[in-house]
Structure formats: structure tokens, C-alpha cells
Design a protein around this ligand. Structure first.
Ligand SMILES: Cc1ncc(C[n+]2csc(CCOP(=O)(O)OP(=O)(O)O)c2C)c(N)n1
Ligand SMILES: [Mg+2]
Length: 320
């Protein structure tokens, strides 16, 4: 275990993400936000963001990686500006769908809605970094459903041949919207495919953020040494519907969801910290209160921010 990891910061990022996720869903249900992408169950991905170097590495995250972005410094204000499609939204000045994060000054690149095009962009950045001898690592995430697409196979093949400093992170939550994994592929572990491209394939339990951190750290060190890419499969479970446009009762039982919730990454980390006497119930209550206040403030700030006007439709576009 790398003792330089700040466990409290990791837990804070995961808890803040959970509380934000609940608020984003409520706002959608109240008719105040047109689209929500729940991430509950995926918060363990914060572990990988703690293993990257925030001063030089690149992130092209999966749309369910809000916890990694929060760990990377994305604030509640910035998240609500994007949710409400405000003019000062950093990602696109209110143009892109929610969860398409683009923070050029922080080296976070947007995914394209067609899944998973952004993985090819990650490989391109890694190639550029290698040619320029920048010693960067590029992290890219996608779902197991998206891993069936050709983009992934071409990207992995190219990255392995050229020993590029890129990490392919497949978040396997067993469903591509309503399609279960067994109707999507004949392998149990997507990571088994890595051998076919000539790179290590690792499976990690996403319910344990510390395991995600450890495995990410090893892959990042390997990439930084010049030894090439790694494929990491994080086993997770999505507790909520695919998006606010989905009704998951039509394709999975409540018993299955309830059973999966017994392995809640936020609760498991909290219990671990308490068991190791690094945390207690009183501190948890105080933290929850602070985080709720931060969320309220971020929401109020974004609600009071200006919306784009008709004239703004022609800024940052290629032609009028
Ligand atoms: C090329 C393409 N086809 C279909 C879609 C519609 N779509 C959006 S998300 C999604 C499911 C992706 O599932 P998975 O990759 O497992 O990620 P998860 O949502 O489970 O995290 C689909 C089919 C899309 N965005 N792009
Ligand atoms: Mg999936």
C-alpha cells in the first residue's frame, strides 16, 4: 500500500459524489435538469484519479466517472453549471449533454456521444506525448458494452504495438442499458482479451476504491517507465437506472439491485476507515453537513448564473 494516498481525501471525494448524484437525480425529477447520468455504485473509480499525476497526466473518462472528476478537482459549482447548461459552463458553454466533461486547462478531454470514440483520441494523445518525450500518462474509461465496439480493438492493438503510455479502463457493470453482459460477449472477463493484443489485463473489484488505486498505480508506473499500456477491468454495479431516460425495472429485479447494494463502495470505505480508527460517526455527520452545504451553494450559484442567449448560438462554431 502506498502510504502517500490521502484516505480522507479519497473518502471525501466519493461521499461528495454520492451526495451530488442524489441531488442531480432529484433535480431531474423536479423538472429542473433535463438529463441525469447516475454514477452510484461506480464511486470506487475515484481511486484511479488519486493514482494519476494531476499536473501532467490526461484523463478521457467514462461518463460514469464523476467520482474521478471530483477527485481531480471538479467542483459542485462547475457540475451544476453544466447540468443547467449555463453560459459559464466550462465544458461547452451549455452546448453538450451533461456528463460530457471537457476541461482543457486540466487535461480532461470530452467523450463523444458515440461510444467509445474518445478511446481513439486517448491513444492519439499518448502517441503525441511519446513523440514529444513528455512522460505523460493518458487514462481512458468506457463501459463493457462499449468494449464490444471496433474502436477499442483498434486502439488496443495500436497502443500495444507502439508501447504507448495509455491505460484502458473498462468499467464492467454487467449491463449496456438493458442488455446484460452474456448477450454482449462470450467471455466472463473483458480483461481476458488484453492478452490477444499483447498487454497485461487486470481485473479489480470496484467496490474497493483502495484496490482500484493500487492497481491503477502499478499500471501508471508501467506506462511511465515506457513499458506500454495496461487493460484494467473494474467490476462494478450501477445501483440506479442507466440515465434519467431509463426504467431499469423492465430488465432487472429489485432483489438483484438490493443484493448489489450490500457492496456499496462508499459504505465499504467508510467502514474500513472506522475499523482502522481513522474515522468515526461524529466526523462523518459533520462531513455530510459540510458537503450538503457545498452542494447547496454550488446549485444556488449555478441557478443564479446567466443562460446562453440566441446570439450565443454562433460562438465557438465552425460556420454561422
Ligand atoms: C455508437 C453508439 N451506439 C449506441 C449508443 C447509445 N448508448 C449510450 S450508452 C449505451 C450503453 C453503454 O453501455 P456500457 O458501455 O456498458 O456503459 P454503462 O452505461 O453501462 O456504464 C448505449 C447503447 C451510443 N452512445 N453510441
Ligand atoms: Mg455497462
Amino acid at each position: 500500500m502506498n502510504t502517500s494516498l490521502d484516505l480522507h481525501a479519497l473518502y471525501r471525494a466519493m461521499l461528495l459524489t454520492r451526495l451530488l448524484d442524489e441531488r442531480l437525480w432529484q433535480l431531474n425529477r423536479q423538472g429542473k435538469a433535463h438529463f441525469a447520468v447516475p454514477v452510484a455504485g461506480h464511486e470506487g473509480v475515484a481511486g484511479y484519479a488519486f493514482a494519476l499525476d494531476h499536473a501532467r497526466d490526461y484523463m478521457l473518462p467514462h461518463y460514469r466517472d464523476l467520482a474521478a472528476l471530483v477527485a481531480w478537482g471538479l467542483t459542485p459549482r462547475e457540475i451544476f453549471l453544466s447540468l443547467f447548461a449555463k453560459l459559464n459552463d466550462l465544458s461547452s458553454a451549455g452546448r453538450q449533454m451533461f456528463a460530457h466533461w471537457s476541461l482543457p486547462d486540466r487535461r480532461v478531454l470530452s467523450l463523444s456521444s458515440p461510444q467509445p470514440n474518445h478511446v481513439t483520441h486517448a491513444v492519439g494523445i499518448a502517441l503525441a506525448g511519446k513523440i514529444r518525450r513528455e512522460n505523460i500518462v493518458v487514462w481512458t474509461g468506457f463501459g463493457e458494452g462499449s468494449s464490444s465496439k471496433g474502436d477499442i480493438h483498434e486502439s488496443m492493438n495500436f497502443a500495444a504495438i507502439h508501447k504507448l503510455p495509455v491505460i484502458f479502463c473498462c468499467e464492467n457493470n454487467r449491463y449496456a442499458i438493458s442488455v446484460p453482459q452474456e448477450k454482449q460477449m462470450a467471455v466472463q472477463n473483458v480483461a481476458d482479451r488484453a492478452a490477444g493484443y499483447g498487454m497485461p489485463g487486470v481485473v479489480v473489484n470496484g467496490a474497493h476504491a483502495l484496490e482500484v488505486y493500487e492497481c491503477a498505480r502499478e499500471a501508471i508506473e508501467r506506462a511511465r517507465r515506457g513499458d506500454g499500456p495496461t487493460f484494467i477491468e473494474i467490476k462494478v454495479y450501477r445501483f440506479m437506472p442507466h440515465t434519467s431516460n431509463d426504467d431499469d425495472r423492465r430488465y432487472r429485479s429489485r432483489e438483484e439491485v438490493d443484493a448489489a447494494r450490500l457492496n456499496d463502495p462508499v459504505v465499504l470505505l467508510r467502514e474500513k476507515l472506522i475499523a482502522e480508527k481513522l474515522w468515526d460517526a461524529a466526523r462523518d455527520t459533520a462531513l455530510q453537513k459540510d458537503l450538503h452545504a457545498e452542494i447547496d451553494e454550488g446549485q444556488a450559484f449555478a441557478e443564479a448564473s446567466p443562460s446562453p442567449t440566441a446570439a450565443d448560438a454562433f460562438t465557438n462554431v465552425y460556420a454561422t
